[in-house]
Write a protein that binds this ligand. Structure first.
Ligand SMILES: [Zn+2]
Length: 307
């Protein structure tokens, strides 16, 4: 850790006039690269007071300094929507991505044991349960855990994952939708996923890739908060995520566009359909060669061994 200490951080009043102020004080810490431990980075983009840097050794893009573990835990207790109507509109938005992922999983295995890390309210677990899978979730938001348990009747452990004693070689599938970009130790997370998977089991991750769009918008002089800092701590490129998975031992990594979300706001919805549809079409027409930068991706990877 650079500077080996915690820094008090001011209220984020300079977050930018165009954007709502983030009403929380964060205690910040400077860190080395979460992937290669490199201590040298170059500033890449600013969002308010938050800075994304690029590691000079491995090119990983991450938030530095970043909120401490305690600050993040408090932040996540308010991260997901609470009102019933917001939860329902969130469900409608994410549903196409969940259905696509569920279909993909069933191409490899009809039924089995599934763990969803960062399971949120439990909608993906519910989808898989309805398809005959035995499902379990891990989630850091206490309100989301309560919703999944009480409203959907699911087994969800209050996370983080490393604090839940999960057995070795147990799950046929592990999934993580929009999780890895939130984690302080992404390599440890991938290692945990590998450990709990059966040989021949598979991991499905869904993640945003924002840096190419940030670069473009910067050229055009358009202010934005697309990195969603400090909720997101990093921005994986497809190449970087594959390299990390292979370093852990995962094999047969495959990328997919994997559908797109349907936000309730008409403008965002149209953009999502256009970009999502275009990137999906481009991916198919290029025989799975071209992954449009800047849209969310799904990666699928296998643990070695026979199922
Ligand atoms: Zn690095």
């Amino acid at each position: 850790m650079i500077g080996n200490g915690l820094k008090p951080f001011p209220t984020l009043s300079d977050a930018g006039e165009e954007f709502p102020e983030i009403k929380m004080d964060f205690e910040m810490e400077e860190v080395n690269c979460p992937i290669c431990e490199g201590s040298r980075g170059e500033p890449l983009h600013l969002e308010g007071s938050f800075q994304m840097v690029r590691c000079l050794s491995c090119q990983f893009v991450f938030l530095n300094p970043r909120p401490t573990s305690d600050s993040l835990f408090r932040f996540y207790q308010q991260y997901l929507p609470e009102e019933e109507s917001s939860i329902e509109s969130w469900q409608r938005m994410i549903e196409p991505v969940f259905k696509k992922a569920a279909n993909l999983i069933q191409q490899y295995k009809e039924k089995g044991e599934l763990l969803d890390v960062g399971s949120g309210f439990g909608f993906f677990l519910s989808e898989m349960k309805n398809r005959g899978w035995d499902v379990m979730g891990v989630e850091i938001s206490q309100k989301a855990v309560a919703y999944g348990r009480e409203v959907l009747g699911l087994t969800i452990h209050p996370g983080p994952m490393e604090k839940v004693s999960l057995p070795d070689n147990y799950f046929d599938a592990v999934t993580g939708f929009y999780v890895i970009e939130h984690l302080r130790y992404p390599m440890a997370f991938l290692g945990e996923c590998y450990r709990v998977l059966k040989p021949g089991g598979f991991l499905l991750l869904r993640y945003p890739h924002t840096t190419p769009i940030k670069n473009l918008l910067q050229l055009l002089g358009i202010k934005n908060r697309l990195y969603d800092l400090p909720a997101h701590l990093s921005d994986f490129s497809p190449k970087m995520i594959q390299r990390c998975l292979e370093r852990i031992g995962f094999r047969k990594c495959q990328h997919l566009i994997g559908g797109y979300t349907l936000p309730s706001d008409l403008g965002k919805r149209t953009a999502s359909i256009l970009f999502g549809g275009f990137s999906e079409a481009l991916f198919c027409l290029s025989l799975k060669k071209i992954l449009l930068p800047g849209v969310s991706k799904t990666i699928f990877a296998f643990k070695e061994g026979r199922a």
